[in-house]
Design a protein. Structure first.
Length: 89
């Protein structure tokens, strides 16, 4: 489980990104000072992480399923993911 502070920070960054994307179309009419203020506020894509949709884990994330390895294992064990089941020897 991800720390609560990291989850809140990620959600705040997503809101800032949405504001920036809305203002991005109006940048042609802005002065360079307004563009600079907007640039300083928005740091870009470098702070965004791919996170598991269930537990918000960063590491061992699988892009095709949008899940981490831990969640894939638990859902595979419950037969909730198609084509994935726990192997037995």
């Amino acid at each position: 489980m991800a720390r609560k502070a990291i989850v809140v920070k990620q959600q705040r960054l997503l809101k800032t990104k949405a504001k920036y994307d809305a203002l991005k179309g109006d940048m042609k009419n802005m002065s360079w000072e307004e563009k600079y203020k907007l640039y300083k506020k928005y740091k870009g894509k470098t702070k965004f992480y791919n996170r598991c949709r269930v537990c918000w884990r960063i590491h061992s994330y699988v892009r095709e399923l949008w899940l981490c390895r831990v969640c894939i294992r638990t859902y595979g064990r419950k037969w909730e993911l198609m084509g994935i089941r726990k192997s037995s020897w």
